[in-house]
Design a protein around this ligand. Structure first.
Ligand SMILES: [Zn+2]
Length: 185
């Protein structure tokens, strides 16, 4: 049984509300995609999955710092084998689009996992990966005790990607799920 902790990145409002664009909140989009991804994983006997936020209104922490700490601590105390944090990117130019991944180190097994998840996402949604990069300063990558990947699923500031993430969370979850299963087989 492979234990996968899904962190939906942000809260629906402050503290740690994340990016907004096209009238949408990052924490709402990642919440719904994360719940669907968790349910797909739990329908497969090879996996066990939990999310950091379990209701749409749940707020983790009382500050940005404690919100991030709550997510890493939950994964560590659950004993996750892998940690995946879901995010939406933002840019001042609304034309910028695509997915992106971050890992603590390029030698971590989270690198091929992240690459496989972004490939799976591309296969279903057509979102092109901009690459997976090392970002050891990111709190949830630094403070998690297991291989950890942070994925930007698309740009909330891009009208098409924002609408796709909002209207079709099931396709995002399915793409990510396919990437996880192909990484482990
Ligand atoms: Zn974010």
């Amino acid at each position: 049984m492979i234990k996968i902790f899904i962190d939906q990145g942000h809260n629906p409002r402050n503290p740690n509300s994340g990016a907004e664009g096209n009238g949408l909140q990052e924490g709402d989009l990642t919440y719904r995609i994360g719940i669907k991804l968790r349910d797909l994983l739990n329908s497969n006997p090879e996996f066990s999955s939990v999310t950091s936020r379990n209701t749409p209104d749940e707020i983790l922490g009382t500050s940005n710092a404690t919100s991030l700490a709550a997510r890493a601590n939950a994964a560590n105390s659950w004993g996750a084998d892998y940690f995946v944090s879901l995010h939406c990117n933002a840019a001042s130019d609304p034309a910028v689009k695509g997915s992106e991944g971050y890992v603590y180190s390029l030698s971590s097994s989270a690198l091929p996992l992240a690459q496989s998840m972004l490939q799976g996402l591309y296969n279903i949604t057509g979102t092109v990966s901009r690459g997976v990069f090392a970002r050891p300063t990111l709190y949830v990558l630094r403070k998690t005790a297991m291989p950890a990947a942070l994925l930007e699923l698309g740009f909330i500031t891009n009208p098409e990607e924002a609408a796709a993430m909002n209207n079709d969370p099931a396709s995002y979850a399915t793409g990510l799920y396919n990437g996880i299963t192909s990484f482990f087989t």
